[in-house]
Design a protein around this ligand. Structure first.
Ligand code: SAH
Length: 349
């Protein structure tokens, strides 16, 4: 049995079935999530001999293995390919900034949402990631940074997949990494990004976990959003904005709106004005992101002039926004560029 498959309650139940006091479950849990061990060699000394022997005989510590890595020339971004037990793969992107270290984590292999400009969408849906596979990516980022004397300070669920279509596993994973008895990750340093799954947003509003929510909006009229994000036909903008109003009312937290700037498609005055109209009175922060090229989407990033004009309209309306820094493009690790086979294909292995 893989100890990383258990949440704290299950670990405690296992130890109880072995007649082991629950205080030892706390010690083991802390060791698992603070040291991120890959074998039993460094087990804490304070554990009883009987427990140590039983763990070695009956338990395992299995996390996905890194099979390939790419590091950007300036060292600020790396992309690691993790091999899952069934041969599927996910990519974890680790980014170093001046005062923080962040990771981009996946929640599914592939994605069913089919957003036109997104490489993951273009590959289709393969399978859900388990809670353990999601946690493993965070542990991997943590361990990689720790090896260089750094600490993972933030992470975003913006890798492959739609987290709110893998709701239970995603929330399980987040509860596990935030559990103060173990890793104790700070909730407000986690951002979950969704394409706009309305029932998931409403459910998330009721959770006690105080993470940040980002919504991939990309267009403020149904006509344009329908063409970019097929999911909009299921959850049109009126429903989505209604859910975000409920979410911000309940949580009192600002929602981030992601907006990929595509030349002549959604970088227009009309779209900026529609965005303003829809979000007056809802606390949002707009993140403008330059479009990253992907194989099956024939469009160009917005021009600097279009970005300035768009941003001026938001400014006048008092809508806070930032143009997000572009990272990882040279190693195909930028937003929307993660794709299962890319790393091996690019390196020719
Ligand atoms: N399914 C979630 C999270 C994964 S995508 C979501 O849709 O939010 C993470 C972010 O990258 C989203 O905002 C997505 O719209 C954006 N993205 C996807 N493809 C992109 C591309 N080619 N260029 C720039 N951003 C892209």
């Amino acid at each position: 049995m893989n100890l990383y498959d258990l949440d704290f309650t299950a670990l405690e139940a296992l130890f109880a079935s072995w007649d082991i006091a629950s205080v030892h479950a706390r010690t083991v849990w802390k060791w698992l999530y603070r040291q991120c061990p890959v074998d039993f060699a460094g087990m804490p000394n304070m554990l009883p001999q009987a427990l140590r022997a039983r763990l070695i005989a009956e338990a395992t510590l299995e996390l996905p293995v890194v099979v390939d890595s790419q590091i950007a020339a300036d060292g600020s971004t790396r992309k690691d390919l993790l091999h899952l037990a069934d041969g599927q793969r996910v990519e974890v992107v680790i980014m170093r900034y001046r005062h923080r270290h962040s990771a981009c984590i996946s929640t599914q292999v592939g994605c069913a949402c089919d957003c036109r400009f997104c490489a993951t969408g273009q590959m289709g849906f393969v399978r859900q990631l388990s809670a353990t596979e999601i946690v493993a990516q965070v542990l991997h980022a943590q361990r990689t940074l720790a090896a260089n004397g750094h600490k993972l300070t933030n992470f975003v669920l913006m890798g492959m997949g739609e987290p709110l279509l893998n709701y239970d596993n995603t929330l399980d994973a987040l509860r596990r990494v935030c559990d103060p008895r173990g890793m104790g990750f700070v909730e407000r340093r986690i951002t979950l990004s969704t394409v706009g799954i309305v029932p998931g947003i409403l459910r998330l509003a009721e959770e006690s976990l105080r993470i940040n929510l980002a919504v991939s909006l990309h267009a403020a009229t149904d006509a344009v959003r329908d063409t970019l994000l097929p999911v909009n036909r299921r959850y049109p903008l009126d429903d989505l904005c209604g859910a975000l109003k409920v979410y911000t009312d309940i949580t009192k937290r600002r929602v981030m709106l992601e907006w990929v700037m595509i030349d002549g498609v959604n970088d227009t005055r009309e779209q900026a004005e529609a965005l303003v109209t829809r979000f007056v009175g809802i606390p949002v922060h707009v993140n403008l992101i330059q479009l990253n090229p992907t194989p099956e989407f024939d469009a160009q990033p917005a021009t600097p002039e279009a970005i300035d004009a768009f941003s001026a309209i938001l400014d006048r309306a008092g809508i806070p926004h930032t143009m997000r820094q572009r990272r990882g493009a040279p190693i195909a690790a930028a937003c929307g560029q993660l794709r299962r086979r890319s790393l091996l294909e690019e390196t020719g292995r």
